[in-house]
Design a protein around this ligand. Structure first.
Ligand SMILES: Cc1cc2nc3c(=O)[nH]c(=O)nc-3n(C[C@H](O)[C@H](O)[C@H](O)COP(=O)(O)O)c2cc1C
Length: 238
């Protein structure tokens, strides 16, 4: 969650059974950083880190998590960028295990740049972008997408991400008008891909976590239910 999930925040959640935590989203180049400042100016949380400071900053944030004595999970960083290069640079940080390409953000300042969710509008572009990150990255690569975006076929997008040889596809299975995830989308994606599928949206207890896994997700992710910095359930009980 932009502006919220820094190293300190993630560290506070390590005892709830997570085997991966995600820093960010962060804006990784000057253009997205400026867009982030516009978002911040209208009152939405954003991290505002200078481009030149981002690698050192993220290394510190990831180390804060890795320093935890009894946790040996993975640290991922969710990133918005116009080009693959800044994401590749961040993948070289030793304490970062996964870089996640944000093809999910729907804030207008970001989509106007062709970033975030706008990447879903052109599956070939997304495939090439992801391929370049995968080929040059020193870490694993995830792509975060949003389901049920008008004019976007999720299966075509997932195939593009698979062709690019990413390690994970992270799907926010948002179902407009409902307070639960679109499990049918997770089911159809899981049947079409061998990528590790992280299912996301409206997981707020063990029951909804189990439902996401039963639909075919290989793993789950949680945002709003952990936003207070605490979780009301323990994922190791799944
Ligand atoms: C305040 C806030 C900030 C968010 N920032 C990001 C972000 O930077 N990158 C991203 O991929 N998703 C972001 N999300 C989306 C969440 O990661 C998640 O996909 C979405 O909230 C649905 O999952 P949930 O029902 O568990 O909250 C954000 C969500 C919230 C509420």
């Amino acid at each position: 969650m932009a502006g919220i999930t820094d190293g300190d925040f993630c560290r506070g959640l390590l005892n709830y059974g997570f085997d991966m935590v995600t820093l960010g989203g962060y804006n990784a180049d000057k253009t997205t950083i400026n867009a982030g400042r516009e978002i911040l100016a209208r009152g939405r949380p954003e991290f505002d880190i200078e481009e030149e400071e981002l690698v050192n900053y993220l290394e510190d944030q990831a180390l804060l998590i890795k320093d935890h004595d009894s946790w040996d999970g993975l640290v991922s960083v969710n990133l918005r960028s116009i080009t693959p290069e800044p994401i590749v640079e961040i993948s070289k940080i030793k304490s970062v295990d996964v870089v996640e390409i944000n093809a999910h953000c729907r804030q207008k300042e970001i989509t106007d740049l062709g970033c975030g969710q706008a990447l879903l509008q052109d599956h070939s572009y997304l495939e090439n972008f992801t391929k370049e990150v995968v080929q040059k990255a020193k870490s694993q690569v995830s792509v975060k997408i949003r389901a049920n975006v008008a004019g976007v076929d999720e299966l075509t997008i997932v195939k593009a991400i698979e062709h690019a040889a990413a390690d994970y596809v992270h799907v926010d299975a948002m179902k407009p008008g409902f307070n639960h995830a679109d499990y049918d989308i997770i089911k159809s994606i899981s049947q079409e891909t061998s990528l590790f599928l992280i299912g996301n949206n409206s997981i707020r207890n063990l029951e909804s976590a189990r439902e996401m896994l039963a639909a075919g997700a290989d793993g789950i992710s949680i945002a709003r239910a952990a936003m207070s910095g605490r979780l009301s359930f323990d994922l190791s009980q799944i």
